[in-house]
Design a protein around this ligand. Structure first.
Ligand SMILES: [Zn+2]
Length: 223
C-alpha cells in the first residue's frame, strides 16, 4: 500500500473560463465532483471515496481572491509479483532461512539472490542457505522519523549487515568484498555501542508470525 499526498490549487474564478475547453470525460468528472463551483464543502463524491477508503479529504482552505487549496491523500492498493528469485528468498525467510544464489564459476554467493552472474555472464547455479550472522558494514542512528519535529526517546538504528560466508575476493582488484547482505534494523544495543565490524545475529519473529517478508527478521543484535 502506498499513500500519496496531492495538493490541488483550484483557481475558481479561472476554472469556469477554461471549463468549456476541457475534454468531455474530465468535464463530466469535474461536474460530478462539483469543482465547477467554489469547493468550500465536502461533496457527496468525495464522501463516497473517503468511505471506500480510496481517498481521505482535508477540507478546502480559502487562501486569497478565489484561490482555494485542497489537500488530498490518495490511497492505492496494489500488488506485484516478487518474481522467482526474491519470491524464493522471501519464502525462505518464512522458514527461518536466509537463501542466496551461488555462482559455481566465480564462487560468489549473492544475497538478496540474483539469477544471473554479471561477472561470469551466465546463470547462477544453486540455492544455498546462508548464516543469519554477520558483521555490521555501516549503520546510522536516527532520532527522528518522517516527522522531524518529534525527537525519539529510543533512536532507530539501521544499517547494512554483511552475512557470514559470503565474502569473496574480486579477482581483478584483489578487493575482498561481501556479496551477501542487506539493510536492516539493529536492537538490544545502545547507540554508542554500535561499531562497524561488530558481530551480529538475526532475531527472528516466531514461526507463526512470519509472513515471507524481510521483517520476518525483527532486527539484528550484537553477539
Ligand atoms: Zn560468477
Amino acid at each position: 500500500m502506498s499513500e500519496k499526498s496531492v495538493e490541488v490549487v483550484a483557481m475558481v474564478d479561472q476554472l469556469k473560463k477554461f471549463f468549456k475547453h476541457l475534454p468531455p470525460d474530465l468535464k463530466k468528472l469535474y461536474e460530478k465532483m462539483e469543482l465547477t463551483e467554489a469547493p468550500t464543502k465536502k461533496t457527496q463524491t468525495e464522501k463516497d471515496l473517503s468511505e471506500k477508503g480510496l481517498m481521505t479529504y482535508i477540507p478546502n482552505w480559502k487562501l486569497d481572491n478565489g484561490i482555494y487549496l485542497g489537500n488530498w491523500r490518495l490511497m492505492f492498493n496494489y500488488s506485484r509479483t516478487a518474481g522467482y528469485a526474491i519470491g524464493t528468498f522471501l519464502n525462505g525467510l518464512k522458514e527461518g532461512k536466509i537463501l542466496g544464489r551461488k555462482c559455481n564459476v566465480c564462487g560468489r554467493i549473492l544475497v538478496p539472490p540474483r539469477l544471473f552472474c554479471e561477472w561470469c555472464f551466465r546463470d547462477t547455479d544453486e540455492w544455498v542457505e546462508v548464516a543469519d550472522t554477520g558483521i555490521v558494514s555501516t549503520y546510522s542512528v536516527s532520532y527522528i522519523t518522517a516527522d522531524p519535529k518529534v525527537r525519539l526517546e529510543k533512536p532507530i538504528i539501521s544499517g547494512v549487515v554483511w552475512l557470514d560466508g559470503t565474502k569473496l575476493e574480486t579477482p581483478a582488484s584483489k578487493t575482498v568484498r561481501h556479496w551477501g547482505g542487506f539493510m536492516h534494523h539493529f536492537d538490544e544495543v545502545k547507540p554508542e555501542k554500535m561499531k562497524i565490524g561488530m558481530k551480529v545475529k538475526a532475531v527472528w519473529e516466531p514461526p507463526e508470525n512470519r509472513k515471507g517478508s524481510i521483517l520476518d527478521i525483527k532486527y539484528f543484535k550484537p553477539i
